[in-house]
Design a protein around this ligand. Structure first.
Ligand code: TXA
Ligand code: MG
Length: 318
């Protein structure tokens, strides 16, 4: 069972040490409790999906201490800066273009070129960010399909045996997730209604927010995001051999011979390791110029379900 700890200075230091080792720590924000991992550590981010039992890789929100740190990972056009200055720290998440060379794992944004980022307005979340010195990926700390937790006890009953520590900061103030705005273009789009009312945002902007035409709060299914990364190469699943001119996305130890490019997601057959490498591997094999990426069979248990979901989308005819 995970330790629920009153968020003393000591407990925060211990939580930061766990996060830096790649472990999961649940912590309070002003909206709901988050299930946190070091956003630069792909395996730690993969462990979030495993703990939540999500059958898909949804992109996650990255939490940073301030606007300067946000700008290290994302490009902030003037409109985004205006929103950040008005609402950060606070329950507003901005979807922005990812900066080239940002050390964030590809899995955190599910292979998208965009990034959802926010600055939490909660002393414990801020103290944890300061102690960890890493951006923290954190979805709501509930099992997939359950409601978002607003108390440490909720997290304990849902995820107690799947996190290294739960920092208890009492009930959260808003109890509702952050508002999500796509702030990349000059016309901001409301992607998820949340703790900051859209009227308040419109008052700052002096204009109406566009509503996302995709189903409300549905960028969840990354396959439905128009901008979702799809490889240029064809993708051939369940490959047990490699044809001429193919690149190979391998898994496990029983890899067929090939002279072409190969990336092995996990020679030892570890699905967490495989998930952490998936998006970067697809990009890299795509960049090799191969016409087709042959993908070895990957078992569908645990994180394998989400891995196979993503691969099936990549292989779908377009
Ligand atoms: O209040 C909150 O936002 C809480 C606390 C812990 O910060 N977090 C939270 O995260 O609600 P989560 O993972 O439950 O919701 C993340 C939402 C999903 O709807 C996801 O699709 C969207 O953010 N999202 C993340 N990255 C995105 C991106 N690059 N483009 C569009 N939507 C994105
Ligand atoms: Mg959630």
């Amino acid at each position: 069972m995970a330790v629920v700890k009153t968020a003393s200075e000591e407990a925060i230091a211990a939580a930061a040490a766990l996060l830096r080792q790649g472990r999961l720590v649940a912590f309070p924000t002003e909206t709901v409790y988050g299930l946190g991992a070091d956003a630069t550590n792909g395996e730690a981010v993969a462990a979030i999906f495993e703990a939540k039992g999500r059958p898909r890789f949804n992109p996650l929100i990255v939490h940073v201490p301030g606007i300067d740190e946000a700008q290290m990972h994302a490009q902030m056009p003037p409109l985004a800066v205006t929103l950040a200055q008005a609402f950060w720290p606070g329950p507003l998440t901005l979807v922005l273009d990812r900066r080239e060379g940002s050390p964030l794992s590809d899995l955190v944004s599910a292979g998208l070129g965009t990034l959802a980022i926010r600055v939490p307005d909660h002393p414990i979340a801020q103290a944890l960010l300061a102690a960890t010195q890493r951006p923290l990926a954190a979805p709501s700390a509930n099992r997939s399909g359950r409601v978002s937790p607003t108390r440490a006890e909720h997290v304990a009953s849902d995820l107690g045996d799947r996190v290294a520590m739960i920092l208890d900061g009492g009930p959260t103030a808003h109890g509702l997730e952050s508002t999500i705005i796509d702030a990349r273009a000059s016309e901001p789009v409301l992607l998820r209604a949340g703790a900051v009312p859209s009227e308040t945002i419109e008052a700052v902007l002096g204009c109406k927010l566009k509503r996302s035409t995709a189903a409300k709060e549905r960028p969840n299914a990354p396959g439905q995001l128009e901008s979702h990364y799809a490889p240029r190469a064809r993708v051939r699943l369940q490959a047990r051999d490699v044809e001429n001119g193919e690149a190979l996305l391998a898994f496990g130890s029983d890899v067929p011979d090939t002279t072409g490019p190969v990336i092995n997601l996990s020679p030892s057959g570890d699905l967490i390791e495989a998930a952490s490498k998936l998006f970067a591997a697809l990009r890299q094999l795509d960049a090799s110029g191969a016409e087709t990426i042959a993908v070895m069979p990957i078992p569908s248990q645990g994180l394998g379900e989400a891995i196979n979901d993503r691969l099936q989308r990549a292989a779908a005819p377009r």
